[in-house]
Design a binder for this molecule. Structure first.
Ligand code: C2E
Ligand code: MG
Ligand code: MG
Length: 725
């Protein structure tokens, strides 16, 4: 079962449960023991009470007898002891006394057995002579070795003066008989104030001495002596002759006997009996508890087993990528935590399919999933089974490469040739590399580093290694994101206009609206913020702001009676993806009551890739409304001719990169044939980025329709453009 105990918190809870059960059982045992002990001690007290009453009765009776005998003896009788002895003989027949004697004040005693004894030195005689009624402790009989107790009472004359003593001896055994309790577990003793045992099993011992020898803990005997001094009944725990016992003690004969020499009843109970009795009660309780713990343990093991199985399958689900059925990032994270590096360099790598949305648009969701699976299988085969490849976030493959030399990592990555997976559109990818510094870098940080490296990739450099500069750039971008948001709210984005000239390059026949960010007095280029706006989804706001600005300006100029020219507005792919794109555009234009012929829309080639059907529909709708649609940046993308054939554009904008090649044979030909093609397709042509007179001269020969470029005019604020109208 312990192999399942990986989950510490559950294990701790079970251990706590076990401990609680064990503590409860121990407490139950303790309380049972306590109550059993109390019951035994109660019983012991009861026994002591009965026996002491019994002994008191016996002593009272014996003293009364002897007192009566003493009363019947007068001064006259003392003159003839034989007469008294014969009277005593008569009395002894009805009593349990061994012998009765009359003692004269000199100690000479005449007993019923016909013997004469001298008791002058005996303590009981001395005290009876002084007027006390006395019973001796255990003493040995004057005739033999029998243990006896002697009762002695004084004989008075008519003036109340002691003239003689009557004493009688009684076998100690008769007390012992009174102390006999019919139980093997209980013993009763009679003891005097000084611990001398008068009767009981070990009448020869002195209780205090015996206990002091055996008992290591002297406290009990001290307590007992104190209680005796205070004449208080109580019980103590002793080691008595090697046994653990409870001793109950109670005073006997308070008034009859000399105050300072009273007798005490001792009742002894073995502690073992209390244990035994406790065990009888607690045994079933403990057995039930043990069974319950056992059942619980079995149940727990079963539940824990199940829990671990579920956990394992959940872990499998959590660690598996649903598309490739291979590992995902969580698995890789876990793998990194558990596996240290084996070589000098450990590179964390992210291979990101860049044009995943275009691939999705072309192949649909099922198709793209199949392609991703193919890429995964290819990577696994190429990199080797040992390399853990995680796929996540739709097109992001992360893995670790280790090598003794950094170059070996690059060499391995160089050999990746995903392009061989032949598809309707080529698969483009970027690779971000981060060489790990420490073993314990957080996975989140590793992902950030490779993402930053990827952000620095471009078509000419698809593989980038992370460096700290990238991190700072990223921080700047983060700051920029917040700034853009604020700029949109503050309407800091304005439309500038770049003129478009006619075929002779003489007359302004149109303009392109290009957004400028007026941030704290400086003007920021769209190349800096447009990619962020596209990524963050702000581009739709920017496109609308520019359109509103353009409409406002046109309205103003129209109202002023100026002759206006059509102005083209750039529309981003994100904007065209909006459900209500067309209705929003028309709504804005109508608000300023601008004729549709004055507004043109520029759409870039790359924004057309994927979901072409829907785009075609949108562009056709705009076209039908009377808007002219321009295909921007022609020549930069890859589907140029196909796009031209499929989507009916009114005007084609030849990109500056073509214009830059004017002067070379190849460059001249490309432009020449493109212009010819447009004419055949009845499409207008705008040549963008014309910077030099030579370029214009060449283009003029081709009789291009429109020109746009710094040679004619840079993008400018609307108030400057106004002067060109
Ligand atoms: P574009 O739409 O192709 O715009 C033409 C870019 O080329 C403009 O850069 C323009 O200033 C620049 N240009 C024009 N003639 C010359 C020339 O002779 N030499 C050189 N070196 N450059 C020339 P700009 O304004 O920085 O805009 C860059 C791009 O930002 C635009 O390319 C367009 O794709 C995007 N953009 C600008 N404004 C907007 C907008 O309002 N909405 C959207 N969605 N995109 C915009
Ligand atoms: Mg444009
Ligand atoms: Mg352009």
């Amino acid at each position: 079962m312990f192999r399942y105990l990986k989950n510490k918190s559950v294990f701790i809870q079970v251990v706590i449960f076990w401990l609680i059960v064990i503590i409860l059982v121990a407490l139950a045992n303790y309380f049972v023991y306590k109550s059993v002990k109390l019951k035994y001690l109660d019983d012991t007290e009861e026994i002591a009470k009965h026996i002491s009453e019994h002994i008191e009765d016996e002593l009272t009776q014996n003293f009364r007898n002897l007192r009566n005998i003493a009363k019947e003896i007068d001064e006259e009788d003392l003159k003839d002891y034989s007469k008294i002895v014969s009277e005593l003989n008569f009395r002894i027949e009805t009593s349990r006394y061994r012998k009765i004697a009359i003692a004269y004040l000199d100690g000479k005693s005449y007993a019923t057995n016909g013997e004469m004894y001298d008791v002058s030195q005996r303590d009981y005689f001395q005290r009876a002579k002084k007027g006390e009624e006395v019973i001796s402790n255990v003493i040995y009989s004057l005739d033999d070795e029998t243990q006896v107790n002697v009762y002695a009472v004084p004989v008075y004359d008519k003036f109340g003066k002691v003239v003689a003593v009557v004493w009688a001896s009684l076998d100690t055994e008769s007390f012992s008989k009174s102390l006999n309790v019919k139980s093997n577990d209980v013993d009763v003793y009679l003891m005097d104030n000084f611990g001398n045992l008068i009767a009981g099993n070990s009448a020869e011992d002195n209780f205090f001495e015996v206990v002091e020898i055996y008992d290591i803990n002297k406290k009990s005997i001290e307590n007992l002596k104190k209680d005796i001094d205070e004449k208080k009944g109580n019980y103590q725990y002793f080691e008595y002759k090697g046994k653990k016992v409870y001793m109950y003690y109670k005073e006997v004969m308070k008034r009859i006997h000399n105050e300072s020499e009273n007798w005490w009843i001792l009742v002894r109970v073995n502690k073992d009996i209390v244990f035994e009795a406790t065990r009888n009660i607690t045994r079933p309780l403990n057995q039930i508890s043990a069974i319950l713990i056992f059942i619980f343990t079995i149940c727990f093991a079963k539940i824990f087993n199940k829990y671990n199985q579920i956990n394992k399958s959940l872990r499998d689900i959590a660690y598996t990528d649903s598309i490739t059925k291979g590992h995902n990032e969580y698995y890789l994270e876990n793998y990194l935590q558990k596996n240290g590096k084996k070589f000098k360099y450990r590179a964390f790598i992210s291979l990101q399919i860049e044009n995943i949305s275009a691939i999705t648009n072309v192949n649909g969701l099922k198709g793209v999933e199949y392609i991703l699976l193919e890429i995964y299988n290819y990577l696994q085969e190429y990199l080797g089974e040992d390399v853990v490849i995680a796929h996540s976030h739709f097109g992001d493959f992360k893995f670790i490469l280790e090598a003794e030399k950094r170059e070996d990592v690059f060499q391995k990555l160089d050999g990746i040739y995903i392009e061989k997976i032949d598809r309707s559109i080529p698969i483009e990818y970027y690779i971000g590399i981060y060489f790990m510094k420490e073993e314990k870098e957080s996975f989140k940080d590793l992902c950030t580093y490779v993402n930053l490296a990827k952000h620095n990739c471009n078509k000419d450099n698809i593989c980038c290694v992370y460096n700290e500069k990238m991190h700072n750039q990223e921080l700047e971008i983060i700051a920029l994101k917040d700034d853009i948001k604020r700029g949109i709210l503050n309407k800091e984005f304005k439309a500038w206009l770049q003129p478009k000239y006619d075929s002779k390059g003489e007359k302004v026949v149109g303009a392109e609206a290009l957004v400028r960010w007026h941030k704290y007095g400086s003007i920021i280029s769209p190349y800096i913020f447009i990619p962020i706006c596209e990524e963050q989804g702000y581009i739709q706001d920017i496109d609308e702001l520019v359109l509103i600005d353009v409409c406002k300006q046109l309205r103003k100029w129209i109202d002023q009676g100026k002759e206006v020219v059509p102005i083209s507005v750039n529309l981003s792919r994100n904007y065209l993806d909006k459900e209500d794109a067309i209705s929003r555009l028309i709504e804005i234009i109508n608000e300023y009551k601008i004729e549709f012929k004055y507004i043109q829309f520029e759409v870039t080639e790359s924004s057309l890739v994927g979901n072409e059907e829907k785009l075609k529909e949108i562009l056709e709708k705009l076209s039908k409304k009377g808007f002219k649609i321009l295909l921007d940046d022609f020549g930069v993308g890859y589907s140029s001719l196909k796009t031209m054939a499929d989507l009916k554009f009114d005007i084609l904008k030849i990109d500056k990169s073509f214009v830059d090649q004017i002067g070379t044979e190849k460059g001249n030909n490309i432009i020449k044939y493109t212009v010819q093609l447009c004419k055949q397709l009845e499409m207008g042509v705008v040549v963008e980025g014309v910077e030099q007179k030579e370029q214009f001269d060449f283009l003029a020969q081709l009789e291009c329709e429109y020109y746009q470029g710094y040679y004619f005019g840079k993008p400018m604020p609307t108030k400057d453009f106004e002067k060109l109208l």
